[in-house]
Design a binder for this molecule. Sequence first.
Ligand SMILES: *Cc1c(COP(=O)(O)O)cnc(C)c1O
Length: 460
Amino acid sequence: MPGYLPEEVNVGYVTNGVHYPTWAAPEWKAIHAKVFGPEFAIPHYDKKSFEGIYKIDDSEIWSTRCLLRKRLISKVKDILSDTPATAHYSPRQIVKIKKTLRDDVLTIGFARRFATYKRATLLFRDLERLNQIVNNPDRPVQFLFAGKAHPADKAGSDLIKQIVEISKMPQFIGKIVFVPNYDITLAKYLVQGVDIWMNTPTRPQEASGTSGEKAVMNGVMHFSVLDGWWVEGYKEGAGWALPMERTYDNQEYQNDLDSATIYNIIENDIAPAYYSKEMGKEYSTNWIRIIKETIAKVACNFTTNRMMEDYLERYYCPLAERRDSLVDKDYLKARENAAWKKRMYRIWPLIEIRQFDKIDMAANKLRLGEEHLAKAEVYLADALPEDIGIECVIAAQDARGEYHICEIHEFEVVSFENGVATYRADITPEHAGSYQVATRIFAKNPCMAHRQDFELVKWL
Ligand SMILES: *Cc1c(COP(=O)(O)O)cnc(C)c1O
């Protein structure tokens, strides 16, 4: 959008959500129905409803999580018994995996498309560290991987091969398992059954990462790079995050740093939180607290209903209103707009700035607390003064050298004679600091959907 700063561009977004009835386990639905209140049942999945989870006993939360983990592990064992699907493991390896996999161990899941930007093998950069984590005698951890690569994506299938190879190593067999035949059914078992859902994309390439949203519907905590939906979803005490900013431009260095951070977080935060069970209890109350926070503060924001509401509020309703006003009276407004644009295209090259004093920052002309009036005389050919806007933009540069608007002062018409309009503005600055100042002229019509709808703009 030439002539506009990135922050002015009229392209917005709606964050994905997931379909609660599809992805939440029946056991959770039964619990939620008890405490999420009538607003939830309508169903419009009112965000506040999710706070009902705080009313549920810790022991019920824990038994539900254990039940779903058991169901998943038993499903994985069934799949592994289906020999054509598991040709990547020998019969002996399958026996060993089925014997080693446990349903009472902290289980971390990673399943999605194997696109290279998702860095599925980040966990395997330091196999000795990983060995210590999965084989920790007091706090063991097991990993389930699943996913498919696009058939034409050689690099993607190589990642799968690499994971399968590692999962056969004696120290990892049955501790790191690649589950074949990933599809929606298996995805459901995984997002409902694991304890932690992991995502490790290369910043900032993850558009959303919806599988993590499915997981949090089931009280499964999310552990991810702050990218995609997690940038908005992460709340302290309701999951774990790797920082959003890259530390290195070099991707290899960044991968090393990120994998070390992953090992540290699992070892120092996640595993201790899971295993620090209080005397006489089967579970850690701290762990249950994080599950509750995940449901109350994270899951509530990522239902399809929230997404649809955002679409309606931000886009569909305003667009519908605009459409109605454009088509009213046999498209009167649409015709007027089109005619105005055509006229402005013809006139624009004829418009001349007759007189305008540029604001000279070097000469220190614009100072806080000192009144500054700016004036412009413009020959408009046969445009009207209101067809033209002039504005003074005061912007500051951030650390990356990108400009951000701080103040905009629009000029007003003060006279119009013989095709020449005089515009004036009071541009007395309101903020102290070091700024860039520039003025732009643009074709102006309040009937446009947004400024960038018409490209006639020129910096003076
Ligand atoms: C949700 C889902 C995905 C998408 O997961 P991302 O986290 O967005 O990569 C892919 N495949 C299946 C089967 C899914 O259910």
